[in-house]
Design a protein around this ligand. Structure first.
Ligand code: ADP
Ligand code: MG
Length: 347
């Protein structure tokens, strides 16, 4: 009864605080918000000027005293205060019922330390949550992909985000094995910046590099040649210049990083217990996160591992949809959450 009243007065929320993008799901309403994990700050006053989409537009375009930062860039909270402000902003923006604080499930990267867990819990509490639960992102993604995670069968998830590429083997509602490397979407952008600088003496920004990656980037040779115009500043003449870059060049630029991700996958397969490996060989490898959309990555992984590869539907929202499904079915799915003291049922 008491629980019902609480639910009537508040809205439970699931959040994927990603290194590149954050998504918010409200119980009963679905995904209500999807914005970049960026905060613009006035360094002179410490004031937050913008969060999310508005702040991303400022990246690389700010006067010197305004900085646009990504507080979760490397997968964990590197800047607690800014993360807290961002979380607050997203929760506030998503909520309609504001009388009682919501219960909040937050997706966190694999292998977060106790200190980082505490930081996320504190941030969510101070953002107004009355109860906070944490879930590992690959677990949430697997649930979002509608995999039967609680059954005694092995599931293999690869989540390639902005800051980290995480690999997890899941069975019986738990993570049997997990790996995380700091080579993912951001690194691929940096690879493209470096390549264009070395080959063409052209200086380009992060957003340009990401545009190129999304427009013509690939992990495996394409059937059709693609080219893309790249604008930047010539480092020799100092003048603006436009060059044409090919899919082959972009692939070459990203090759080393892609191989690091492939090796991470192979290492995880190597460490997977034989029974679960047998399951995975028939169930396949599930690719999620924005990096799953890189052309031909599925083909390359299949070729390198000899295991079928599936791209999760709408890979950018799998984590938040999964966390949302846990919110909707908390009683059945409680075991998939990270066990912290805060997870004990309220007295
Ligand atoms: P996170 O969970 O860390 O916030 P996301 O799952 O939102 O990350 O993925 C963001 C990353 O995915 C970015 O590096 C972005 O460049 C990359 N990305 C998005 N769409 C594509 C695409 N079509 N091809 C390649 N990479 C993409
Ligand atoms: Mg994510």
């Amino acid at each position: 009864m008491f629980e019902k009243i609480l639910n009537f007065l508040s809205e439970d929320i699931a959040i994927d605080l990603g290194t590149a993008n954050s998504e918010v799901y409200v119980r009963g309403r679905g995904i209500v918000l999807q914005e970049p994990s960026v905060v613009a700050i006035n360094q002179k006053t410490g004031q937050i000027l913008a969060v999310g989409l508005e702040a991303k537009k400022m990246v690389g375009r700010t006067p010197s005293h305004i900085v646009a930062i990504r507080p979760l860039r490397h997968g964990v909270i590197s800047d607690f205060e800014t993360t807290e402000q961002m979380l607050k902003y997203f929760i506030e923006k998503a909520r309609r019922k504001k009388i009682i604080g919501p219960r909040v499930i937050v997706g966190v990267p694999l292998g977060v330390t106790e200190v980082e867990k505490k930081a996320v819990l504190d941030a969510a509490k101070s953002a107004g949550a009355r109860e906070v639960f944490l879930i590992e992102e690959p677990m949430a993604a697997a649930i979002g992909a509608r995999l039967p995670v609680q059954e005694p069968t092995g599931h293999f998830i690869v989540d390639i985000g902005g800051g980290t590429a995480e690999v997890a083997v899941i069975s019986l509602g738990g993570i049997v094995l997990g790996k995380s490397i700091k080579v993912a979407g951001d690194k691929l952008n940096e690879d493209i910046i470096r390549f264009v600088q070395e080959e063409y003496k052209l200086l380009i920004g992060e957003r340009m590099a990401e545009t190129v990656k999304i427009a013509i980037g690939s992990a495996y040779p394409l059937k059709e040649r693609k080219q893309f115009p790249v604008r930047g500043r010539n480092l020799v003449t100092g003048l603006p210049e436009e060059i044409l870059i090919s899919d082959e060049e972009v692939r070459k630029a990203m090759e080393k990083s892609i191989n690091q991700i492939i090796n991470e996958i192979k290492e995880a397969l190597d460490e997977t217990p034989p029974e679960l490996l047998a399951d995975i060989m028939s169930n396949g490898i599930y690719l999620t996160g924005g990096g799953a959309l890189l052309r031909g990555l599925d083909i390359l992984i299949k070729k390198e591992t000899k295991i079928p590869v599936k791209i999760v539907e709408d890979p950018l929202t799998a984590v938040v949809r999964g966390a949302g499904m846990v919110l909707e079915n908390l009683d059945e799915l409680r075991e998939v959450l990270i066990q912290t003291k805060e997870l004990e049922p309220p007295k």
